[in-house]
Design a protein around this ligand. Structure first.
Ligand SMILES: *[C@@H]1O[C@H](CO)[C@@H](O)[C@H](O)[C@H]1NC(C)=O
Ligand SMILES: *[C@@H]1O[C@H](CO)[C@@H](O)[C@H](O)[C@H]1NC(C)=O
Ligand SMILES: *[C@@H]1O[C@H](CO)[C@@H](O)[C@H](O)[C@H]1NC(C)=O
Ligand SMILES: *[C@@H]1O[C@H](CO)[C@@H](O)[C@H](O)[C@H]1NC(C)=O
Length: 423
């Protein structure tokens, strides 16, 4: 009898340790000892799965430095040696370094400043989408402009870096759902609901700064208004990813309740490690896990350690924290290069992502499959789900009667109403 119990225990233990899902590479292949061997293992992973980075601000720097005149910009050159890039602490990206960093898909930010809100934000955003498209076209030997999860995978298989557009800030819509639809048709596949300014329909993260809610008299926190909920509904219908980096905690909660599809944080880290309002609190991480979404970890030192210096280990602390609260299916990478001016030691530019994976590969908690999820599988899962939700809308749409169909443009009628409360 006792012997039988012992056998059961051993079998149980073997099952817990050994079962396929998560045998850590460090245990399974303990020959991975030298830095070169670890790098080789990382390179194999990143050849199999595209490394997807959620946010890069190069397009804004192209505007600032060369006024979007891409004939004056050589993306194939080493920008560390070319003025004015070489002088800027905000420049971390060129083609050679993206290739060295084994980036498989870059979500480029079509960002315009909040100062353009209610002015020329729509025009400037169009110009930023234009520069991303022209750049992808001009360097098509290395980049491929993509708009779907399938295109990301196939571009990566062909050895190209998939280039996709994300719009950073709801102010870019000019309070028009029609503009949202047109951004989608130009290739934009995510919209960050706010940047650093509230829109008339969504609060941004500065509302969560101490004293902020009472400081601005008459400013009441509301999260997402009715129009904001319609924006999310239309994004779900189109197949556009809802991005909650930069929004207030109340907006996060409202959006998570509203969206039928998983959402992302394209470039945010963990609030319980560094209490910047740009980071994601634990209660939201738990909701995100239910939603099926993803936090893509930002590398900005001030979001990592809350001060100007940070190391790879500090970034890994955020990744592990998000993993332990939300789960390994809900963490990714969104460094924010070219939009930050203090980067961690060892993660100075887009060539350095393999350093991060080489360090994680030493950690027995991180199996090969886990590392693939972090690199790109999680983003691809979220994006596929967003696409599926959109197809479900299409089938719902087709099942509606013609009269209901024609009333489907109620968004544009609502616009009058929106105008009223903006004024
Ligand atoms: C861009 O830089 C690369 C690498 O330095 C060089 O080979 C190429 O000729 C340059 N292209 C132009 C148009 O100057
Ligand atoms: C973060 O924590 C520090 C110290 O605990 C506090 O002074 C600061 O107000 C907090 N910041 C935010 C944004 O909550
Ligand atoms: C969540 O969404 C549902 C359906 O849209 C709505 O009825 C409910 O009031 C929302 N809950 C909260 C807490 O906003
Ligand atoms: C920055 O924060 C980290 C982590 O909290 C700490 O170890 C380090 O000493 C801080 N550095 C500075 C310059 O304040």
């Amino acid at each position: 009898m006792r012997h039988w119990c012992f056998v059961c225990c051993v079998l149980l233990l073997a099952a817990i340790v050994g079962v396929g899902v998560g045998v850590p590479l460090a245990i399974m292949e303990d020959f991975i000892a030298s830095p070169q061997e670890r790098l080789t293992a990382v390179q194999k992973i990143l050849r199999e799965v595209p490394l997807v980075d959620g946010h890069n601000d190069l397009p804004w720097n192209i505007r600032k430095f060369v006024h979007n005149q891409i004939q004056d910009f050589n993306f194939s050159s080493d920008l560390r040696k070319v003025e004015p890039w070489s002088r800027s602490t905000w420049s971390h990206t060129d083609l050679l370094r993206l290739q060295e960093g084994m980036v498989g898909c870059q979500l480029w930010s079509a960002y315009v400043p909040c100062g353009a809100q209610h002015l020329d934000a729509v025009q400037l955003t169009l110009e930023q989408i234009d520069v991303i498209r022209r750049l992808s076209e001009k360097y098509s030997h290395a980049l491929e402009f993509v708009t779907s999860s399938q295109e990301i995978v196939s571009a990566h298989r062909r050895g190209k870096i998939a280039s996709m557009v994300g719009i950073e800030g709801g102010h870019s819509l000019g309070n028009s759902i029609a503009v949202l639809r047109m951004f989608y048709s130009l290739g934009a596949r995510y919209l960050t609901l706010t940047h650093t300014c509230n829109t008339p329909w969504a609060d941004c993260s500065s509302m969560d700064e101490p004293g902020q809610k009472t400081k601005i008299s008459g400013l009441k926190e509301f999260g997402l208004r009715d129009f904001g909920k319609k924006v999310i509904k239309e994004m779900n219908r189109l197949g556009m990813v809802v991005d909650l980096s930069h929004v207030s905690v109340q907006t996060m909660k409202d959006a998570l309740n509203e969206s039928r599809a998983p959402v992302i944080f394209s470039h945010s880290s963990a609030h319980s490690i560094c209490n910047s309002t740009r980071n994601v609190p634990d209660d939201i991480l738990r909701l995100l896990s239910i939603n099926g979404g993803l936090v893509m970890v930002n590398f900005y030192n001030y979001f990592i350690t809350c001060n100007e210096s940070a190391s790879i280990g500090d970034v890994i602390d955020h990744i592990n924290h998000i993993r332990s609260v939300a789960g390994v299916d809900h963490v990714g990478i969104g460094a924010g290069f070219d939009g930050i001016n203090f980067t961690p030691r060892g993660l100075e530019d887009v060539s350095k992502y393999p350093n991060l994976f080489s360090k994680l590969i030493e950690d027995p908690r991180w199996s090969t499959e886990d590392l693939k999820k972090l690199a790109g599988k999680n983003f691809l899962r979220v994006f596929r789900r967003v696409e599926e939700v959109s197809w479900n809308f299409i089938s719902l749409f087709l099942s509606l009667s013609p009269t209901l169909l024609s009333s489907f443009d109620f968004f544009s009628q609502k616009r009058m109403h929106v105008k009223i409360y903006i004024n």
